[in-house]
Design a protein around this ligand. Structure first.
Ligand code: KG4
Ligand code: ZN
Length: 348
């Protein structure tokens, strides 16, 4: 339909320069330039390196997105951009580019929340979001449980990580096991050959007073430390480390807690659709266990394909298009990049 809004979305909150274009609820293109290789030797994302890479990648990535989608910039109906949360310098590059485009083209600008965008992207994959939906976002920077009555303006936080994000725990444990950065995919692969009940690692905030006080919050730093101690003890004794078993047992502890809490939230809030997003949603064991537990609980599970789970521009374009479709007012052209933008603030 020609009257569906054509929206270009820009994402630069971390190390991915993403430019996506959607028409209404249909994804036309998802162009990505990643600087992950430049951070690998540091074992984590270096903010200054990421900002510089965004600057270099921005114009070529916008050009590539337009070319691949077969659209001209002047045909775009609105520009959307991640306003936060994320790395301050990295966000500034995207917000600056989006403002320049909006002014030059005379089009409305929507500054949107990165986390709400992770939720919205599933619309281009699996259709309109049920209202409300439960969403669990698990990535290198965030682990959150969200109740989402309306992704364009009503996102409620039920819980979040109190220390390490789920992906961060994967990355740190991978380092302990001598696996490359980012560690998630390597642990996932190693775990396939391992025994997930070989080692009984701790499950944070899942029992007693902790569960009462932190019903939907997460804690992974105790688990990370437990894995490091377990490995060190064997190394000191001169024993070989059973990498596959450690990976599988660690991974099981993470995905057990994540899926248990997500389904508890669905039950207590009487929501029958669970959406999982963020880089860790690519994890094969998380997908399998979530499916198993959702089936048992009568909950419909929605997980976008892996490329749409990790940071990308399509998710920002999708949320921007939803805002246009729902008639929401654009953001002010003076909108700030807000590195600690609260999850409950969908639009800047
Ligand atoms: O969403 P994302 O691309 O960027 C952030 O916003 O952080 O997520 C990256 C995180 C990394 O910590 C990475 O190790 C993790 O997602 N990850 C995985 C898998 N693929 C990526 N963790 C577990 N299993 C995977 N297959
Ligand atoms: Zn993200």
């Amino acid at each position: 339909m020609a009257d569906e809004p054509l929206v270009l979305g820009i994402e630069t909150s971390c190390d991915e320069t993403g430019v996506g274009i959607v028409r209404g609820e249909r994804l036309l293109v998802d162009a990505i330039a990643s600087s992950v290789d430049q951070h690998a030797r540091f074992g984590g994302v270096v903010p200054e390196v990421a900002s510089r890479a965004h600057l270099e990648a921005m114009v070529p990535t916008i050009e590539r997105a337009c070319r691949d989608a077969g659209v001209a910039l002047r045909d775009v109906d609105a520009i959307a951009v991640t306003a936060g949360p994320g790395l301050a310098g990295a966000l500034l590059v995207g917000v600056g580019a989006a403002k320049a485009l909006a002014v030059a083209l005379g089009k409305p600008l929507y500054g949107v929340n990165h986390l709400a965008s992770h939720v919205a992207v599933d619309i281009v994959e699996h259709g309109p979001l049920p209202e409300p939906a439960m969403a669990m976002l698990v990535s290198g920077g965030h682990s959150s449980l969200l109740l989402v009555p309306d992704v364009t303006h009503d996102v409620r936080s039920l819980g979040a990580t109190m220390d390490d994000a789920a992906g961060e725990a994967f990355d740190k444990v991978a380092r302990v096991l001598g696996l490359p950065f980012p560690g998630g995919p390597h642990i996932d692969r190693a775990a396939r050959e391992g025994n997930r009940i070989a080692i009984d690692f701790p499950r944070g905030f899942t029992s007693g007073r902790d569960l009462e006080r932190h019903r939907f919050d997460f804690s992974f730093s105790g688990l990370k430390t437990a894995v490091a101690r377990w490995v060190e003890t064997r190394q000191r004794a001169g024993e070989a480390i059973p990498v596959a078993d450690v990976a599988a047992s660690f991974q099981e502890a993470v995905v057990d807690v994540l899926t248990r809490k997500a389904l508890l939230a669905c039950k207590e809030h009487e929501v029958d659709h669970l959406l999982i997003g963020g880089g860790v949603a690519a994890n094969s064991r998380l997908r399998a266990l979530a499916q198993e537990r959702c089936d048992k609980a009568g909950v419909v599970l929605r997980v976008p394909r892996p490329e749409l789970c990790t940071d990308n521009g399509a998710m920002v374009a999708t949320l921007g298009a939803q805002m246009v479709l729902k008639g929401r007012a654009p953001s002010d052209l003076g909108l700030p990049a807000d590195s600690s933008m609260p999850v409950t603030l969908v639009q800047a």
